[in-house]
Design a protein around this ligand. Structure first.
Ligand code: AMP
Length: 220
């Protein structure tokens, strides 16, 4: 089976998109582009756009479609997506973004191989989000209960000893992000179903069980 390497990762906040994208990237060398991560970098800039993006992320809202679509268009133009493929984590999150992505890829002569939808029941999401943190140096993701670093207090990947939690990973913002997922992002699911691209994966099990399921879909 040929490897699918033009991939969109969808799913509610806390469904494991970033974690599974990281695993796919390590296994197959397909670069991951996390739009949330790119927006967090924009939000750290002391500019008008940076301040606007920060305010939206901190309250759990989506940034305007034009902003996230522009980031993805720039990524597709400037990165080696033709040779290496891509995993888009967290984009599209609205129908407008899905349509923008179709146009962006067409302009580059590219198309998607698969849209992976990680499905996780609502009652799992809070615990997953509240317990998660990342290495401050390399960004590798961990969870206090489900995926702590093997060494206990040092990052498995780079040995870093400083960890950070996301400012938007709190109970109040999680509820808002879930509401937005249901209202704005879920309508993207039928868009990709109609194109025959959507594959649902049960994302509720342990990390390695979910990544085995994804392996069956993506190949390699
Ligand atoms: P994530 O890291 O994917 O959970 O994204 C963190 C936050 O970044 C989201 O709650 C949104 O505020 C913003 N964000 C990420 N991706 C998008 C997107 N495709 N469109 C709009 N806002 C986004």
């Amino acid at each position: 089976m040929t490897i699918k390497n033009h991939i969109v990762m969808m799913g509610p906040p806390g469904s494991g998109k970033g974690t599974q994208a990281q695993i796919l990237q390590a296994r197959l060398g397909i670069p991951t582009y996390s739009v949330g991560e790119m927006l967090r970098r924009v939000s750290a800039e002391d500019t008008e756009l940076g301040r606007k993006v920060k305010a939206l992320i901190d309250k759990g809202s989506l940034v305007p479609d034009e902003v996230s679509s522009e980031i993805v268009a720039h990524t597709m133009k400037t990165r080696d997506v033709h040779e290496k493929g891509f995993i888009l984590d967290g984009f599209p999150r609205s129908l407008g973004q899905a349509e923008a992505l179709t146009r962006i890829l067409e302009e580059e002569g590219l198309s998607l191989d698969v849209v992976l939808l990680l499905e996780v029941p609502d009652n799992f999401i809070e615990e997953r989000i509240i317990g998660r943190y990342a290495c401050a140096r390399c960004g590798s993701m961990y969870h206090g209960k489900f995926n702590p670093p093997k060494a206990g207090d040092a990052c498995d990947v780079c040995g870093g000893k400083e960890f950070v939690r996301r400012a938007d990973d709190n109970l109040e913002t999680v509820q808002k992000r879930l509401e937005i997922y249901r209202a704005v992002t879920m309508p993207v699911i039928p868009y990709y179903e109609e194109k025959g691209l959507l594959v649902s994966v049960d994302g509720s099990g342990p990390i390695n069980v979910v990544s085995e399921k994804i392996k069956k879909v993506v190949g390699g």
